[in-house]
Design a protein around this ligand. Structure first.
Ligand SMILES: [Cu+2]
Length: 479
């Protein structure tokens, strides 16, 4: 009897209580490149509902698997109720970041001085790249950790679509060398870390940011995130003759991919994959040393709302190692490439238009303005963005005039170029926020709200002549 009770007690300690009954477990999928004897926890969040042509921006409830150990592989995707993956041309996983506040919810990203951002340890996007780490390394996890996952999904169709966020986490319960994740974004510490490439004809557009590392360490894995139009993401070490440590290469889908047949196409598709770098030896850096992240974009055409984020996984310095300066390139580095057939490394030319939803509920491409032209004679014009509408849908201004947009609603909107002479976009704005833009290049600017692109559009036509001076008699009528 005693033996039976002891066995029962052991069973209670070891078995199902150790994880939620609803969490299926599998061997690691090949994408995780993990020891096949390990266990992968397949978890879901949702359901979420997408409206017609909607952009869903929310925070998904996610939780760590009910075991302590270290995460050695992780990925995420959108699935339907049967677990079938939703293709990107239907519902696009545009952004997803897993954050970890630790057991007390207080853990923060050390690179964000205002401490507003929790530790980001895994991100995926249209690239759908899995987190992998060299053998023997892992990101420590406990069931007590408090996770969260800001997610942004774009629906490319009319009607409604339900989906679940499925995330797979491979855990090694054995002791491993712990890694710390660093999110080195060209635009730091923002929920929307975007800028726009003007596309004024010079071949390349580069934007960089430097980060002083708070501790010494070794870079053992580097992933990244880029948007459409990107050529490269570069992690470099300024103190070592500015050498490049890692280049993450974007891989674009073949032209035949249904992603490029989405009608109307309302944003430039991101790369379908991005390379991943990992090395058990790693690159050493010193406490306080700068690392630099640089995003390289095509500048022949405008690319709006782009990003450049390096996901850097750092292990402690090797035990007993001296304070290494400019350590040699690790001989055991691996660069993992595209996980699909026929990748393209040159960003494809993508033509974007505006869209309008018809009485049948279907959106159609258009390059024309909805209303009659409003001619502005003076130096500036104001547009109010309210009730899912631009107050002027068809605005004509002189060259050099300033257009100011006001966003009084409590719903977030923005103004983003779809097509035109110069790329620009405002941040997401609401509650009285404003944004201004001086138009120095003549031409037609097709503009939309990127969050409601099928429903909110505007055309600004910039004349080749400057604004006319006001009439001396004060008569406001157009001449
Ligand atoms: Cu992005």
């Amino acid at each position: 009897m005693v033996r039976f009770l002891a066995a029962l007690a052991l069973l209670l300690v070891l078995a199902p209580a150790a994880r939620a009954a609803s969490t299926p477990v599998t061997p690691p999928p090949p994408e995780h490149r993990a020891d096949p004897s390990l266990t992968t926890y397949v978890q879901r969040s949702g359901p979420f509902k997408l409206g017609p042509y909607a952009t869903l921006k929310t925070s998904a409830k996610v939780q760590p698997p009910e075991v302590a150990g270290a995460i050695v592989g992780m990925d995420a995707r959108l699935v339907d109720a049967d677990g079938k993956e939703l293709p990107q041309y239907v519902a696009m996983l545009h952004h997803l970041v897993f954050t970890n506040g630790g057991p007390d919810g207080e853990r923060r990203d050390p690179m964000c001085p205002k401490k507003t951002t929790r530790e980001r340890f895994f991100g995926t996007s249209e690239e759908l790249r899995a987190l992998t780490l060299p053998p023997g390394y892992g990101y420590p996890t406990t069931p007590a950790d408090r996770w969260n996952a800001p997610i942004m999904v774009m629906h490319h169709r009319g009607g409604f679509q339900e989906f679940f966020l499925e995330y797979r986490v491979t855990i090694d319960p054995r002791p491993v060398t712990p890694v710390t994740p660093y999110w080195l974004s060209v635009i730091p510490c923002s929920p929307d870390p975007q800028w726009s490439v003007p596309g004024r004809g010079s071949k390349e557009h580069r934007r960089s940011r430097m980060y002083a590392m708070p501790t010494a360490g070794r870079i053992v894995a580097v992933g990244g995130h880029l948007h459409g139009g990107a050529n490269d993401l570069i992690l470099s070490q300024p103190a070592c003759k500015h050498r490049t440590l890692v280049t993450n290469t974007p891989f674009y889908a073949p032209a035949s991919d249904k992603l490029y047949a989405v009608k109307p196409l309302l944003h430039e598709p991101d790369p379908k994959a991005i390379s991943w770098w990992q090395s058990p030896t790693g690159y050493a850096f010193r406490k306080g040393e700068d690392l630099k992240v640089t995003a390289v974009y095509d500048n022949l055409r405008p690319h709006t709302r782009v990003m450049g984020i390096s996901h850097v996984y750092v292990a402690p310095p090797l035990p007993g190692a001296p304070d290494v300066r400019c350590s040699a390139a690790p001989p055991d580095a691996q660069q993992l490439g595209a996980q699909f057939e026929g990748p393209r490394t040159t960003p494809p030319t993508v033509g974007l238009t505006l869209a309008r939803v018809g009485k049948d509920g279907l959106a159609r491409s258009t390059t024309t303005a909805a209303g009659t032209a409003r001619e502005i004679e003076g130096e500036s014009a104001t547009v109010t963005v309210r009730d899912f509408r631009f107050s002027s849908t068809n605005l004509v201004v002189g060259r050099g005039a300033v257009v100011r947009w006001r966003f009084p609603d409590d719903e977030q909107h923005d103004v983003t170029l779809a097509d035109g002479p110069v790329g620009f976009a405002s941040p997401w704005l609401r509650d009285g926020g404003g944004y201004g833009k001086r138009f120095t290049e003549p031409g037609r600017y097709l503009l939309m709200c990127s969050l409601h692109s099928a429903y909110m559009s505007q055309v600004v036509t910039v004349r080749s002549t400057p604004p006319r001076p006001p009439r001396p008699d004060g008569d406001p009528r157009p001449r």
